[in-house]
Design a protein around this ligand. Structure first.
Ligand code: BGC
Length: 377
């Protein structure tokens, strides 16, 4: 990403230089001797041609350079500031827009949707009235996308959705109807599969008590994000695909929240005790809560129980290194934030934008946790 941007900037600089050279050349005729009538006509023609060439060069330069980044106004609404993962994401998004793409901090407005779709809708309408050039929206409810897209399109403001994926049919509708909207995210199916594989790759395939069946509890995220559904499905699919017999003891919504993760796991442990082999959490915040409950119950991760999450929060990666979590999956918020910012500017500059961008997840186990920690710290 960085490299691509550097190349674009140097190309724009080269264009600007050659423009200056052309401009210098056009002052030449003033120094030539007084022209005859025919020669004067020729000269006018030449001047007209030169003007037309300059104009063409300018518009080409504009297309390449685009709008001055210092003038671009971006409106960003995050579904809820209290979310650990989205806090990392929004911090990186702002950092990249300012320090890499050259936007002014005061031209970037970042609002907290407070997990309230009505509140978020007001923020989006304010962005539209304020004349933002482009919006980056982490929807509270993915189902509100048609309304948001319609209002943005009516105001001719492009919108980049992040983190909570709208329906696939809607993503296709943007293409079919020529609407300037796109989604930047990561394919949650992949993260679920990676979680299941992390357990299946253990020597005992997650069967902590060795009774031939892997019994698990599933702590789910808020279903407003399809990540919750896919991670739930695909983690178990990967385990059964590896020939493991499974039994689900508990499946409950923890809404991506650490405290809820702790409560659900504590209740499950007191109800099912030693029967639980694996705790699957749809994200790391809930896995951190689950770990509190596991430790409080006197159980030991990687000895008599296994625990996996998703995101690669610093604390979770450290836990993987210290045998307090079996694994996690890096939800690359750097890649997602950079892509979202890049395509937002592409929209502003009239460049072609795809309807969906997916950034890869990365498995995090004891083998590579140190490297991942370097990357995120
Ligand atoms: C992350 C969660 C986060 C959620 C917010 C997911 O992709 O894994 O940690 O809470 O997005 O929508």
């Amino acid at each position: 990403m960085k490299l691509k941007k550097v190349m674009a900037v140097s190309l724009a600089a080269a264009m600007a230089l050659s423009m200056t050279a052309c401009g210098g050349g056009s002052s030449q005729p003033a120094e030539t001797p007084a022209p005859t009538e025919a020669a004067a006509k020729e000269e006018t023609k030449a001047e007209e041609a030169a003007d037309a060439a300059t104009e063409a060069a300018e518009s080409v330069a504009e297309a390449v350079e685009g709008k001055d980044p210092a003038e671009i106004k971006v409106g960003i609404s995050i579904y809820q500031f209290a979310d650990n993962f989205m806090t990392l994401y929004r911090t990186e998004l702002e950092n990249y827009l300012v320090n890499e793409l050259g936007l002014k901090k005061e031209n970037i407005s970042i609002m907290d949707g407070k997990n309230d779709q009505g509140e978020q809708m007001n923020q989006i309408r304010n962005f539209i009235t304020q004349g933002c050039d482009v919006l980056i929206v982490n929807l509270v409810q993915a189902s509100s996308e048609p309304t948001v897209t319609e209002e943005c399109a009516a105001a001719n403001i492009p919108v980049v959705y992040i983190n909570r994926e709208p329906e696939t049919e809607r993503e296709q509708a943007w293409v079919d109807e020529g609407i300037k909207a796109t989604y930047v995210g990561a394919d949650a199916r992949q993260s679920g599969t990676f979680q299941g594989e992390e357990i299946a790759e253990l020597e005992n395939k997650g069967d902590a008590d060795g009774d031939g069946v892997v019994r698990y509890i599933m702590v789910q995220g808020d279903p407003e994000n399809v990540d919750a559904q896919y991670r739930t499905e695909k983690s178990i699919e990967a385990l059964t695909a590896a020939g493991v017999e499974v039994e689900e003891l508990v499946k409950m919504r923890g809404d991506w929240d650490q405290t809820k993760g702790q409560e659900i796991t504590a209740n499950a442990l007191s109800q099912h005790g030693a029967k639980i082999d694996v705790v699957f959490c749809n994200n790391d915040a809930m896995a951190l809560g689950a770990l509190q409950a596991i430790e409080a119950a006197g159980r030991k991760v990687n000895e008599d129980i296994y625990l996996v999450g998703v995101d690669a929060l610093v604390e979770a990666v450290e836990n993987v290194m210290n045998n307090k979590m079996t694994g996690t999956v890096f939800n690359d918020y750097f890649g997602q934030a950079h892509t979202a910012a890049d395509v937002a500017l592409d929209f502003v500059n009239g460049k072609d934008v795809e309807n969906v961008y997916m950034v890869d997840y990365v498995k995090v186990t004891t083998e590579n946790a140190g490297e991942i920690l370097e990357l995120i710290k």
